[in-house]
Design a protein around this ligand. Structure first.
Ligand code: SF4
Length: 169
C-alpha cells in the first residue's frame, strides 16, 4: 500500500528514482511504497511545524546520507496553541467557493484546520490552492491572525496544515 501523500511529497519526488542509492531505494520501498508510511517522520514533522519537512528529511527521521536525526527543538520557530471551538469560514482564492472548518491549532507561522468535508470534494489541491479566511471565532484565537490568506502544505484525511502567506497582488 502506497503513501497517500506521495504526490505532494518532495522527498518522494526526489528520491524515488535514485535506484543506484541503495538506502534511498529501501526507504522509498518500505515507507512511501510500503506499509511503514503511517510511521513516516516527515508526516509528523509536517504536523508539528505546520509546514512541509525539508526535502532531505528521510521518512525514518534521519537527514539523507547522514546518521543525524532532525533536531526538533532548534527547528521549532513559533509556539503553537491548541484551539477549542475555533470555527472559521474560508474561501478558495480566485473562486466563489466557500466552506467552513475548525482551527485546531495555530502559531504565528500557520494553522491546522479540520475540514467538515473531504478536500477532494472541494477540489482543493494541496500546495496550489490558496485559502482566504473570511471569518473566525475571534475569542477562541490567542492573537489576531497575522495574515488572512493561508496555503495548504500538507493534508492527512480531513486535517490540513497551512502556512500564512501574503495576499497575492
Ligand atoms: S516520505 Fe513519507 S510522506 Fe513522503 S511519500 Fe514517503 S511515506 Fe509519504
Amino acid at each position: 500500500m502506497s503513501c497517500e501523500h506521495s504526490n505532494d511529497c518532495s522527498y518522494y519526488r526526489t528520491y524515488r528514482y535514485r535506484s543506484s542509492d541503495r538506502q534511498s531505494r529501501l526507504l522509498v520501498e518500505s515507507y512511501c511504497e510500503g506499509t511503514l508510511h503511517t510511521l513516516c517522520r516527515r508526516l509528523k514533522s509536517n504536523t508539528d511545524f505546520c509546514r512541509e519537512a525539508p526535502e532531505d528529511l528521510a521518512p525514518n527521521g534521519y537527514r539523507v546520507g547522514t546518521h543525524k536525526k532532525m533536531k526538533t527543538d532548534s527547528t521549532r520557530k513559533f509556539e503553537r496553541y491548541k484551539i477549542k471551538n475555533g470555527a472559521c469560514m474560508l474561501q478558495m482564492l480566485g473562486t466563489k467557493k466557500t466552506f467552513s472548518a475548525w482551527i485546531v491549532d495555530i502559531s504565528e507561522g500557520g494553522l491546522r484546520l479540520e475540514l467538515n468535508v473531504q478536500p477532494k470534494e472541494l477540489d482543493l489541491c494541496s500546495e496550489k490552492s490558496l485559502l482566504k479566511i473570511l471569518g473566525y471565532s475571534v475569542g477562541a484565537i490567542p492573537f489576531p491572525l497575522p495574515k488572512e490568506v493561508v496555503k495548504p502544505v500538507w493534508q492527512n484525511d480531513l486535517v490540513m496544515g497551512c502556512s500564512f502567506v501574503s495576499t497575492p497582488v
